[in-house]
Write a protein that binds this ligand. Structure first.
Ligand code: SAH
Length: 372
C-alpha cells in the first residue's frame, strides 16, 4: 500500500489478473477488479468518483493508489472511403498511428504495438523511422479505448468488432505488454471481442509464437511475402534468424488441436519481385499442409520506397492461380491510401509534426512579442 501511495498504479496497464493482484494489495476481493474493469473499458469512466458501486472509503483509497493514464489523440484524418486515422500522442511526446476501417459487416481497428520497428522490412515505411520503444499495455489498449470514444461507441457498442495488430511495430517483440492488452480485448468484462476477431500479425518471431500459443488463443497472421529464403532474407531480414520452414512449422504448432482454425498468410504484391506464376505455384506448395488463407496485399508506396505495386492484372492472375490450386485467397482492398493510412504507410510522422507545431508556436510567440 505504501508503495502504491508513492507510485500510483496505472490501471490501464492491467488485465483482469493484474487488476485482481492490485486489489489484493489493497486487501480487497477479486470482484472489485471486475467492477473497475467494467467502469473503465465498458463505460469509459476514468474518474473514481463516478464508480458508484464502490464504497466511498474504497474510492478515497483508489484516488491515492491508482491512476488512469491514457495517451491522447493529437490529430485525426478521415479518408474519402470512411477510413479514419488518428495520430496518438504518448506521454513522452512520441506519436503512433491507429487506423479504423469500416466495412459493411464489421469495423476493424488497426493498432500499433511499438514506436517504430526494429525489423527493417524492405517495403515498409515504418522501417524508415527506426525503432524508438515498446508501447506499454495502457498505450496499446488505449488505442482501442480512444478509438471507441471517437467513434461514439456508447451508441453502437459493436462499432469496433475486430482488432488487428497490424499497425506500427512487431507485436511479438513486445510480448509482455501486448498479451495483457489482448486479454482485455477478449475479456467479457472489458471489450469482449471474439478470439477470431482479434488478430496478431507477425513477421515471424518463432519462439514468441510458441509462447503466444501457451497464453492466448487469438487469430494469427504471418507476413510471409516470399516463397524462398533468399528473397525473404531481403524483404524481411528477420528471416535470416527464423527461415520460412521454421516459421511455417511454428504456425502449424500454433493451430494444432484447434478446430476450425486457420492462419492468415500475408503476401505483399511487389511488381516483378514476388508476383510471377512460379511464385504462386511455390506458395501453394509451401502451404500444402497448413490450414491457411492467403491475403494478397497490393504494395502501398511511400516516399523513397524502392518497389512498385504489382499491376491489377498480375494480382488477379496470382489470385486465380492460387484459387485454382485450392487455396482460399483474397486481395486486401486498399483503404485510406489518400491519408497514408494503408498497410505499411504508417510512419507516425511524429517528430516532424511535433517539431512543426513547436515551430509554429515559437513563431506565433515571436510575432506576439514583436507586436507588444
Ligand atoms: N510487424 C508485423 C505487423 C505490422 S505490418 C508484421 O510484420 O506482420 C502489417 C502488414 O502490412 C504486414 O503484413 C506487413 O508486411 C504489411 N506491409 C508493410 N509495409 C507494406 C506496404 N508498403 N504495402 C503493403 N503492405 C505492407
Amino acid at each position: 500500500m505504501a508503495d502504491t501511495l508513492r507510485n500510483p498504479v496505472n490501471l490501464f496497464d492491467l488485465d483482469q489478473a493484474g487488476m485482481e493482484g492490485f486489489f489484493a494489495t489493497l486487501g480487497e476481493k477479486p470482484f472489485r477488479a471486475t467492477q473497475v474493469l467494467k467502469w473503465m473499458h465498458q463505460q469509459g469512466v476514468t474518474d473514481v468518483a463516478q464508480m458508484t458501486n464502490l464504497s466511498k472509503e474504497l474510492r478515497a483509497r483508489l484516488t491515492l493508489a491508482a491512476s488512469f493514464k491514457l495517451p491522447e489523440i493529437a490529430f485525426e484524418q478521415a479518408s474519402a472511403d470512411g477510413t479514419r486515422k488518428w495520430l496518438v500522442r504518448l506521454h513522452d511526446g512520441n506519436c503512433i498511428e491507429t487506423v479504423f476501417i469500416p466495412e459493411h459487416d464489421r469495423g476493424t481497428l488497426c493498432i500499433s504495438s511499438q514506436v517504430g520497428c526494429v525489423l527493417n522490412c524492405a517495403f515498409c515505411s515504418t522501417a524508415q523511422q527506426g525503432f524508438n520503444r515498446n508501447l506499454t499495455t495502457s498505450e496499446i489498449i488505449g488505442q482501442l479505448f480512444l478509438a471507441r470514444r471517437a467513434l461514439g461507441a456508447a451508441k453502437d457498442n459493436r462499432v469496433v468488432s475486430n482488432v488487428v495488430m497490424m499497425g506500427m511495430g512487431e507485436p511479438l517483440l513486445n510480448f509482455d505488454q501486448v498479451v495483457p492488452a489482448l486479454n482485455l480485448m477478449l475479456d467479457d468484462n472489458a471489450y469482449g471481442l471474439s478470439k477470431r476477431r482479434v488478430t496478431v500479425s507477425t513477421a515471424g518471431v518463432v519462439p514468441a509464437l510458441d509462447r503466444l500459443r501457451e497464453v492466448t488463443d487469438v487469430a494469427l497472421a504471418v507476413s510471409l511475402h516470399a516463397t524462398r529464403d533468399e528473397l525473404r532474407d531481403e524483404l524481411v531480414p528477420l528471416n535470416k534468424k527464423y527461415p520460412i520452414a521454421e516459421l511455417l512449422a511454428a504456425c502449424k504448432r500454433y493451430i494444432e488441436g484447434k478446430a476450425h482454425r486457420s492462419i492468415t498468410v500475408e503476401y505483399v504484391m511487389l511488381d516483378g519481385v514476388n508476383d510471377q506464376p512460379q511464385h504462386a505455384r511455390e506458395l501453394a506448395r509451401l502451404l500444402r499442409d497448413l490450414p491457411a488463407k492467403v491475403n494478397l496485399i497490393p504494395f502501398n508506396p511511400f516516399p523513397n520506397s524502392r518497389y512498385r505495386r504489382s499491376s491489377a492484372e498480375a494480382i488477379d492472375r496470382f489470385q486465380s492461380q492460387l484459387i485454382a490450386l485450392g487455396m482460399i485467397t483474397v486481395v486486401r482492398r486498399t483503404r485510406g491510401d489518400d491519408i497514408d493510412a494503408a498497410c505499411g504507410q504508417l510512419a507516425g510522422q511524429v517528430r516532424d509534426r511535433t517539431q512543426r507545431s513547436a515551430r509554429l508556436l515559437r513563431n506565433a510567440a515571436e510575432v506576439a512579442n514583436a507586436a507588444s
